[in-house]
Design a protein around this ligand. Structure first.
Ligand code: MLT
Length: 300
């Protein structure tokens, strides 16, 4: 069916996979055909009378980053519908023709249209947070609340951009696999790496399956992204800033600075977690998220 209008979206939405047929609430993969190709996401939870939360993964992840939230949805979030996309170029989503945070944000808006959702809580981890800032700037009326996890507002300085250009060259030369060990070591906290070898292995598998083209595009999009520091004071919706206390990539200080600049936001720090707090400490992160959704969002 051709929807036309903004962006000329071709809608082709259908349940492709149900991974627990006995589940009382809906869990399925949805896909949408956009001009650049397919966008795929998990649609988990009740559809009627529920609030919707979008979870945007970081770099170079896919929706597998949110497996612990997906698996806990019935117990930790019985009234919440989650949409967890593969950002363009990752997982089963096709890359954008012109990559950039704005393009990722518009793909998320198209997903909401296809899912019949007017307004949602937008949550993003690290690069997903950069997309959440772009989404706020471009689609503020659709944002019920924000959850900024293990992320930062500032743009790349010249040294960071140069490191990314090296990463791009390395992926183009040797593939993604060559980077996986160092990425795992920098993204998972030391305590997690010592405590949970199975998780180390799972994260390695997720990073290894990232398509080289998606990784290159996203790295370039991060080099090109604008500074979101000035955006923080414009945020007028309830906001949760959450960070692993051992996050070395986006340290706690970044979250403290973001939280102080966002009016009325709440800051939660997660002990014994690094950059991937939702995977490293799922129960603690789920409890903090559920509390935020109940108190800060439902009651506002
Ligand atoms: C991420 O996890 O998305 C990355 O650490 C973001 C970045 O490299 O800036």
């Amino acid at each position: 069916m051709w929807l036309g209008g903004r962006g000329g979206i071709h809608k082709d939405i259908r349940p492709c996979l149900s991974w627990r047929a006995s589940c009382k609430i809906q869990r399925m993969e949805q896909t949408l055909s956009l001009p650049h190709g397919t966008l795929a996401w998990n649609d988990v939870g009740p559809h009627r009378g529920s609030q919707t939360v979008v979870l945007l993964h970081g770099f170079p992840h896919d929706r597998g980053l949110w497996d612990a939230q997906r698996d806990a949805c019935e117990t930790a979030f019985p009234d919440t519908r989650f949409l967890m996309p593969d950002l363009p170029g990752f997982g089963r989503s096709a890359p954008l023709t012109t990559p950039g945070m704005d393009g990722y944000a518009d793909a998320v808006a198209a997903m909401l249209d296809a899912a019949g959702v007017t307004q949602a809580v937008i949550g993003g981890l690290s690069m997903g947070g950069y997309v959440a800032f772009a989404f706020w700037r471009r689609h503020a009326a659709r944002v019920r609340a924000l959850m900024l996890m293990d992320t930062k507002a500032g743009a790349d300085n010249e040294a960071a951009a140069a490191k990314r250009r090296e990463l791009i060259a390395s992926v183009q030369r040797d593939g993604v696999g060559a980077l996986v060990d160092s990425l795992v070591a920098s993204q998972l906290g030391r305590a997690t790496r010592e405590r949970d070898p199975a998780l180390v292995e799972r994260v390695g598998v997720m990073l290894r399956r990232a398509p080289a083209s998606g990784v290159v595009s996203a790295a370039q999009a991060m080099i090109d992204r604008r500074d979101s520091t000035g955006t923080l004071e414009t945020i007028t919706v309830p906001t949760l800033v959450l960070v692993g206390m051992d996050d070395e990539l986006t340290p706690v200080a970044e979250s403290i600075a973001m939280s102080s600049a966002i009016p009325g936001s709440r800051l939660v720090t997660i002990p014994d977690a690094g950059h991937l707090a939702p995977l490293e400490q799922p129960q603690v992160v789920n409890a903090a998220t559920a509390e935020f959704l109940d108190v800060a969002v439902r009651e506002n």
